[in-house]
Design a protein around this ligand. Structure first.
Ligand SMILES: *[C@@H]1O[C@H](CO)[C@@H](O)[C@H](O)[C@H]1NC(C)=O
Ligand SMILES: *[C@@H]1O[C@H](CO)[C@@H](O)[C@H](O)[C@H]1NC(C)=O
Ligand SMILES: *[C@@H]1O[C@H](CO)[C@@H](O)[C@H](O)[C@H]1NC(C)=O
Ligand SMILES: *[C@@H]1O[C@H](CO)[C@@H](O)[C@H](O)[C@H]1NC(C)=O
Ligand SMILES: *[C@@H]1O[C@H](CO)[C@@H](O)[C@H](O)[C@H]1NC(C)=O
Ligand SMILES: *[C@@H]1O[C@H](CO)[C@@H](O)[C@H](O)[C@H]1NC(C)=O
Ligand SMILES: *[C@@H]1O[C@H](CO)[C@@H](O)[C@H](O)[C@H]1NC(C)=O
Ligand SMILES: *[C@@H]1O[C@H](CO)[C@@H](O)[C@H](O)[C@H]1NC(C)=O
Ligand SMILES: *[C@@H]1O[C@H](CO)[C@@H](O)[C@H](O)[C@H]1NC(C)=O
Ligand SMILES: *[C@@H]1O[C@H](CO)[C@@H](O)[C@H](O)[C@H]1NC(C)=O
Ligand SMILES: [Cu+2]
Length: 563
């Protein structure tokens, strides 16, 4: 007798179970009254708070934010550092991925937390509103996994901001009218407070309470409009373990340099004799002659326990305002973790080579008009000699609905003129950029891209923090002077380059970036120094869609604002 064996067939369900939780938030953009530096004024806030609310979630969670515009200005919110895979509709920059949310209107953003882990942030992306409309986004490791460093006992957002006595919202219009520099801030702030060193501000000092022997994770964000910053805490080492939502090999340092747009995760061991210690921040201003706010903001680290309280906490030493070497010594240490759980996937073969010059420029004023910029001219700025012009309807809708005449696709992949970009004396004719129509640079879906950002000494060299929307990228190389396409690639780091979304291009230097163009949409790239962005150091990538539905742009939401 033949025994027939029965087979048990297991049907394994392949239905994807979303591991993450969905969080709902309501943001009301509104005017709120705040007192700083001896006077009270109205500023734009979210939910009445400056800085705004902190969003907290785990990796792979989803966050939905309903943004109500209850102010008298147009607004949008950008989720800085999040890729928003296939969903450029939720990226935020006005006239790039959406029309502004007009007063009285609401728009719902969906945040995709699948790839970043650490600190990113949100800020307004309309006019100068981001000066006060900003806050932290903390992305914890996904449920069931842990930090790649010793667990902190507590986590504290440290947000650097700037404060103007005058109305921030009028700054861009006034600057554009005169053609000169926008007015400087009157103070910097740490978590909204200027600290001890300004008039009437002793009361307004952020205090961080610590227990001796404990470990703290500082969630640091530079939300300042116009200045790169040095930051330190007296007597304490800082251990930088992450940047822009990606982990780094730990960097032990006495100070950091953080550009506008950057975030850093920093471990602080409270291992000093119990006392009061200052944390301080001041500008790193790399450009000779460019005006900047030269003040210093402070906060206090206060140990618990009983001890003789010092009359003046000890201030940490910080590099001087123009110390490019100190900036470089710190930033050259960034390395990806490149571990099993946090691997790098830097493209080793390049399909598309791009070289962009980034310059501050000058334009002639009309013959009867004298402008407030250098030589009586007006400021401009450019990428590959093109000064950014935004269209009257956003690029993304124009692409999606095939609306003709909104933009052209001829953004140059190389500088239109080759010159010694970083030479000491450049001829005057290089000062004038080209202002024409709105242009985009088209990238093939899933092509691997190498982008060289080349700083120039046109007008003056300066450290430009360049930020790319929709992507993170690997910084595979950097240097001073002109990029050498023969020699420099031989020194690239393809093993553990840092993965970031904002990179400071060194003064009169270059950086080499690599990324895979696998997120279709219209994505802005710009200098995160606000005045440079306003002057036109901005451009837009159009990344084409792939062949299958999984690599195409999602359908636009029904409440998408109209122009
Ligand atoms: C907007 O402001 C008005 C008047 O101040 C108030 O009545 C309304 O509730 C606010 N809307 C929201 C969504 O907060
Ligand atoms: C800035 O001023 C110029 C004229 O000087 C004008 O053409 C342009 O529209 C203004 N831009 C903005 C954003 O106001
Ligand atoms: C300090 O701040 C508090 C609360 O904001 C306020 O009531 C008080 O008047 C301030 N004191 C000084 C000296 O400014
Ligand atoms: C800061 O700049 C102002 C001019 O804006 C100048 O008067 C002052 O001396 C400077 N202070 C320092 C410490 O450099
Ligand atoms: C930095 O500024 C000081 C004056 O504050 C000046 O003496 C020095 O030459 C400057 N250094 C550089 C590298 O520009
Ligand atoms: C700008 O003005 C200068 C001086 O009047 C003139 O020589 C130059 O040709 C002008 N440049 C442009 C681009 O119009
Ligand atoms: C470019 O300018 C730099 C700085 O002035 C100079 O050292 C270098 O020799 C120049 N390079 C060329 C190829 O002229
Ligand atoms: C930039 O464009 C302007 C206007 O077309 C032109 O005069 C200038 O020579 C160009 N400069 C460079 C560096 O390409
Ligand atoms: C993108 O390119 C990489 C490298 O060639 C390949 O492994 C991957 O499958 C491609 N992805 C898509 C969606 O085509
Ligand atoms: C607000 O946005 C609308 C739609 O794009 C535009 O027509 C209007 O001019 C904007 N208002 C301001 C003050 O920029
Ligand atoms: Cu810049």
């Amino acid at each position: 007798m033949v025994k027939v064996l029965g087979f048990v067939v297991l049907f394994i369900s392949l239905i994807h179970i979303a591991s993450g939780k969905v969080h709902h938030h309501k943001f009301v953009v509104q005017s709120s009254s705040y007192t700083r530096l001896c006077s009270t004024k109205n500023i734009l806030t979210v939910n009445g708070k400056f800085p705004g609310p902190t969003l907290k979630a785990h990796r792979e969670d989803k966050v939905i934010v309903e943004v109500y515009n209850n102010a008298t200005y147009n607004t949008t919110i950008h989720w800085h550092g999040l890729k928003q895979l296939r969903n450029p509709w939720s990226d935020g920059p006005e006239y790039v991925t959406q029309c502004p949310i007009q007063p009285g209107k609401m728009y719902k953003y969906t945040l995709d937390l699948n790839t970043e882990e650490g600190t990113v942030w949100w800020h307004a992306h309309s006019g100068w509103a981001r000066a006060t409309v900003h806050g932290a986004i903390i992305i914890y490791p996904k449920r069931g996994s842990s930090y790649p460093f010793p667990k902190p006992d507590a986590e504290i957002p440290i947000i650097l901001g700037a404060w103007w006595k005058k109305s921030v919202m009028e700054i861009p219009e006034n600057a554009n009218r005169t053609g000169g520099d926008p007015i400087l801030s009157d103070a910097y702030t740490i978590n909204g407070q200027p600290g001890y060193l300004y008039p009437c501000s002793r009361n307004g000092t952020f205090k961080m309470k610590v227990d001796h022997g404990k470990r703290y994770l500082l969630r640091m964000i530079n939300a300042i409009m116009d200045e790169n910053m040095f930051f330190a805490i007296s007597n304490h080492k800082l251990i930088v373990v992450g940047k822009d939502g990606f982990y780094l090999k730990p960097i032990e340092t006495n100070y950091i340099m953080i550009t506008p747009g950057q975030t850093m995760d920093i471990l602080l061991e409270a291992n000093q004799p119990p006392s009061h210690y200052f944390m301080s921040a001041k500008a790193y201003s790399s450009s000779i002659g460019a005006p900047f706010d030269n003040s210093t903001t402070t906060a206090i680290v206060i140990y618990s326990g009983s001890y003789h309280k010092p009359i003046h906490p000890i201030a940490p030493p910080l590099p001087s305002h123009n110390d490019t070497q100190a900036s470089t010594e710190f930033t050259k240490k960034f390395r990806s973790l490149a571990s099993k759980h946090h691997p790098v996937s830097v493209p080793t073969r390049v399909d598309t080579h791009l070289l962009f010059t980034i310059s501050v420029n000058l334009l002639n004023c009309s013959s009867d008009e004298h402008c407030a910029g250098p030589f009586g001219k007006r400021f401009a700025a450019s990428v590959n000699n093109i000064t950014y012009v935004h269209p009257s309807i956003d690029f993304l809708q124009a692409y999606y609905y095939k609306i003709p005449g909104v933009y052209e696709i001829d953004f140059p992949i190389n500088p239109p003129k080759k010159f010694n970009y970083t030479a000491d004396d450049l001829p005057e004719y290089l000062l004038t950029p080209s202002i024409t129509t709105s242009k985009v640079l088209v990238l093939e879906y899933n092509s691997s891209v190498e982008l060289i950002l080349q700083g120039t000494n046109v007008l003056a060299g300066e450290n430009h923090p360049m930020h790319l929307h929709g992507y993170s990228f690997y910084v595979v190389g950097w240097g001073f002077g002109n990029f050498d396409h023969k020699k420099d690639p031989l020194r690239y780091n393809l093993i553990d380059p840092p993965e970031v979304s904002t990179v400071g291009v060194p003064k009169n230097g270059w950086v080499a970036l690599r990324f895979r163009a696998d997120n279709p949409g219209m994505w802005l790239m710009h200098c995160h120094i606000e005045r440079h962005q306003n002057w036109g150091m901005t451009m837009v990538f159009l990344v084409k869609e792939g062949p299958s539905p999984q690599n195409q742009i999602l359908k636009p939401p029904e409440d998408l604002p109209k122009c």
